[in-house]
Write a protein that binds this ligand. Structure first.
Ligand SMILES: [Zn+2]
Length: 289
């Protein structure tokens, strides 16, 4: 597959899922998922929290030129994940998928489009790829976390995308267990959060179980999920975290660690299909706060 040409061409290599986090943080989140199988390749956006101009610029930078995504999957409707200008900017032929729980807010805030499609448990994205959805605790309406599964005969690739999670739960761990690539938020260092010059209300919202995951909560969740190839840490707080502190919790891990940023896209992370083995069903560790 040539991602650096003018178009995404039919795949010639093994079927695969590929991920590039264009940017992540409280100033805007947007990732690109490329699905390649026997019928060709398509790309999707996960969240659209950057301006249209910046989204276009970063798509150019990673080799996708002026192409538009097949669709946009939204985790939730906060502005840093669902920016109005970008959702408007891609036009009517790019459907926007949001969880049915977000319908009320979308309609109150004028963010329902003719092309809005509602997600519940899952969706087929192509002949061979589907996404399964679970809602995490985040503010009132929750945040959708995604498990993408690409199947090619008996082989499979899986990718998990989970941000704005509130708190680790057994349900989320089960949902994401054993994926090849895991993108997951690692929002704050508890000490920096406590020391930060910000209102108590904000601190309580972030740390209270319906806001974000700390570095330690993220690392515990990742260990329980046991991803196979790559982990990307998402949504690091600029004020209350650093890449070094977030990475420190993943020392000696058996996966390759990447840390997303607000300024530069990550490298392309690749999960080709592999033989799927029967995996033992383990009882999940309960992390409810
Ligand atoms: Zn967010």
């Amino acid at each position: 597959m040539d991602l650096f040409g003018a178009e995404i061409k039919p795949a010639t290599g093994p079927a695969s899922l590929r991920l590039c986090v264009l940017a992540s943080g409280s100033a805007g989140n947007c990732s690109v998922l490329v699905i390649s199988d026997h019928s060709g390749s398509s790309f999707w956006l996960i969240d659209a929290g950057l301006s249209m101009r910046r989204t276009r610029k970063l798509l150019q930078q990673i080799g996708l030129g002026e192409q538009s995504p097949r669709g946009i999957l939204l985790t939730h409707l906060d502005d840093d994940h669902a920016g109005r200008s970008t959702l408007d900017g891609f036009g009517e032929d790019v459907p926007v998928f949001m969880h049915k729980r977000h319908l009320g807010r979308a309609s109150r805030e004028g963010r329902l489009f003719r092309r809005t499609e509602l997600l519940a448990d899952g969706l087929k994205l192509s002949d061979s790829c589907s996404v399964h959805v679970r809602l995490a605790h985040h503010d009132t309406d929750g945040s959708a976390s995604f498990r993408f599964t690409l199947e090619d005969r008996s082989r499979r690739a899986q990718l998990g995308y989970a941000t704005d999670l509130g708190r680790p739960t057994a349900e989320l761990i089960d949902h994401l267990r054993g994926v090849d690539i895991l993108a997951i938020e690692s929002n704050y260092c508890p000490l920096m959060q406590e020391a930060a010059d910000r209102p108590r209300l904000v601190k309580d919202r972030v740390t209270g179980g319906s806001g974000h995951l700390s570095n330690q909560q993220c690392a515990r969740m990742v260990r329980a999920i046991a991803p196979r190839r790559h982990v990307v840490l998402l949504h690091l707080s600029r004020q209350c975290n650093s890449p070094e502190l977030a990475a420190r919790e993943h020392r000696d891990a058996g996966y390759e660690l990447f840390i997303s940023s607000q300024t530069d896209p990550t490298p392309w992370l690749d999960a080709p299909v592999r033989e799927s083995t029967m995996e033992p069903v383990r009882a999940a560790t309960i992390f409810e706060m």
